[in-house]
Design a protein around this ligand. Structure first.
Ligand SMILES: [Mg+2]
Length: 261
């Protein structure tokens, strides 16, 4: 295998697939990923979606190939289960992650209460809860989300481990040690793949942690990526594609493989 790429970490919505294109995925991009898989590379989807929502998306969009691993909700690592239809936790990372998040939610209770108060009284955003408690929110607009993240940045001053992942008008609270970059690093550790051999592509705020050069030496973004992402990729010496979405990922893969698989 001549390509330097041994592991691909690709965001789903807005990067690999897009509802504004028809079809939603780029066939050449899919074909190149399949060729890389055939040549021994490992393909992971690194997404803010949960396992169930990602499976729904894969089925709805009828992707012609399956990822080898999935990294979900910006924090969990899954590998194919024995019956290959279901995913199972890879290693004990997900367990540690869940414990750290439970600890965080209980220790940051007062900050989160302040936050709920602010969102309820001063925004039109919708709070989102799961079985563990407050998960995050959906804002009405990107502008409203800017106001909300400003508030969180001030409120969390005394709680450095309380962080968030932002993706468009959605925000999810998280422990500062868990994000797409750290999750990718854990998968790479489990698979014994070096940073130098990792390609990553994403388009939004929640992708910056895997595109800033710390965990993947070949970061990239499609042309539709937000300015913050383009800056991160540029500062890390990565590749900013001219084309949008999957066509941009295809372009970035060609750039880093130089046409050699
Ligand atoms: Mg995205």
């Amino acid at each position: 295998m001549r390509s330097p790429i041994r592991l691909l970490s690709i965001d789903f919505d807005g990067t690999l697939v897009s509802r504004v294109t028809e079809p939603v995925f780029n066939s050449q991009c899919m074909e190149l990923i399949r060729e890389l898989q055939d040549a021994g590379a490992i393909w992971a989807i690194n997404t803010g979606r949960s396992v169930d929502l990602l499976e729904t998306g894969l089925a709805e969009f009828a992707l012609p190939i399956r990822p080898d691993f999935i990294l979900t909700t910006e924090r969990d690592v899954f590998r194919p289960g024995r019956d290959s239809e279901k995913w199972e936790p890879f290693g004990d990372w997900n367990q540690r992650c869940a414990r750290d998040h439970a600890d965080l939610l209980s220790s940051a209770g007062s900050v989160l209460a302040e936050f709920v108060d602010f969102v309820t009284n001063q925004t039109k955003a919708r709070l989102i809860y799961n079985s563990e408690g407050l998960e995050g929110l959906a804002a009405e607009s990107e502008e409203e989300m800017d106001r909300i993240t400003d508030f969180i940045r001030r409120a969390r001053a005394g709680h450095p481990k309380l962080d968030y992942q932002r993706n468009g008008i959605y925000l999810r609270f998280c422990h500062a040690d868990y994000h797409k970059g750290a999750t990718l690093a854990e998968l790479a550790r489990l698979l014994d793949v070096a940073r130098e051999n990792i390609f990553a592509a994403g388009d939004h705020h929640n992708d910056v942690s895997m595109l800033d050069g710390r965990f993947a030496a070949m970061p990239s973004c499609p042309a539709n990526a937000i300015p913050e992402v383009q800056n991160a990729v540029s500062n890390a010496g990565g590749y900013i594609a001219q084309k949008d979405h999957g066509a941009g990922v295809h372009e970035a893969l060609l750039h880093f493989t130089n046409g050699d698989l």
